[in-house]
Write a protein that binds this ligand. Structure first.
Ligand code: CA
Length: 231
C-alpha cells in the first residue's frame, strides 16, 4: 500500500454513505462511492488500486455478501469490511466466511469505523522485517517476501488477514497462542472488535489448509485458551 488510500464505499442509503465518505476524507482516505452491488463491482474492475472496500449487506440488487464472494472469487486480496445492519451473530459469521476481513455493526461512530479501517490498512501494509524469506512446515511453505502459502507445491489462496494468521502460527510452531495474543498480533493492540473474530477467521483458514477441516491437525484447538500450530 502506498499513500493513495482508495476505499470503495458500497452503501445504498445516501445519508449513511455521505457520512462515511466525509469521515474517510477527513482521515486522509480517498473514497469512491457505489450505491448498488453491480456498480461496486464495476468500479472495482476499473480501479485496481482500491485497497479496501466497505460493503453494506442489504442492497437493492445483489447483497454485500455476494459482492464479497465475487471479489474473492476474482483472486483479489484487498481488505474488506462488512457494514452489517443486523446485530445477529449469523450475519457477521456469514460475512467473514465469504472472505471479509472484518465487520462493523451499524450504528457505528466515525471513530470506530476509522479505527477499523486504519487497523486493516496497517495489516495490509505490514512489512516483514525478517531476513528469512521462507518458513517450511510439513507440506507448507510460507514465502514472506511474496506473502504466499503453498501446500504440497500448490498455492493456497489467502486473504491478507488469513496470511497474517498463518504467518503467526508458522513463526511459533508448537506454541500455545491465546485468542488475545492472536487478536493483538493480527488485528493490532488497539483493535476494538470482538474476540470471536479470531475463531471465525481460524474456521475459514482451516477450510483452506486442513486436509479435513473438521479434524484439524495443523491448527489445533486448545480448549478454553486458543490455538496452536501442530499437535
Ligand atoms: Ca442498505
Amino acid at each position: 500500500m502506498d499513500d493513495i488510500k482508495k476505499i470503495l464505499v458500497l452503501e445504498d442509503e445516501a445519508g449513511i454513505r455521505s457520512f462515511v465518505v466525509i469521515n474517510l476524507r477527513r482521515s486522509g482516505y480517498e473514497p469512491i462511492e457505489a450505491a448498488t452491488g453491480e456498480e461496486a463491482l464495476r468500479l472495482l474492475a476499473e480501479n485496481d488500486d482500491i485497497g479496501v472496500a466497505l460493503l453494506d449487506v442489504m442492497l437493492p440488487d445483489i447483497d454485500g455478501f455476494e459482492v464479497c464472494r465475487r471479489i474473492r472469487a476474482s483472486g483479489s486480496r484487498m481488505g474488506i469490511i462488512m457494514l452489517t445492519a443486523l446485530s445477529q451473530e449469523m450475519d457477521k459469521v456469514t460475512g467473514l466466511m465469504t472472505g471479509a476481513d472484518d465487520y462493523v455493526t451499524k450504528p457505528f461512530s466515525p471513530s470506530e469505523l476509522i479505527a477499523r479501517v486504519d487497523a486493516l490498512y496497517r495489516r495490509l501494509g505490514a512489512a516483514d522485517d525478517s531476513s528469512d524469506d521462507e518458513i517450511e512446515s510439513g507440506p507448507f511453505v510460507l514465502n514472506k517476501r511474496n506473502r504466499t502459502l503453498d501446500k504440497n507445491g500448490e498455492r493456497v489462496k489467502l486473504t491478507q488477514t488469513e496470511y497474517s494468521l498463518i504467518k503467526l502460527f508458522m513463526e511459533n510452531p508448537g506454541r500455545a497462542l491465546s485468542r488475545e495474543d492472536i487478536l493483538e498480533n493480527v488485528w493490532g493492540a488497539d483493535y476494538n472488535g470482538e474476540l470471536k473474530i479470531v475463531d471465525v477467521n481460524i474456521r475459514r483458514l482451516r477450510m483452506k489448509v486442513e486436509d479435513t477441516p473438521t479434524v484439524p491437525v495443523y491448527i489445533t484447538t486448545i480448549w478454553g485458551y486458543g490455538y496452536k500450530w501442530g499437535s
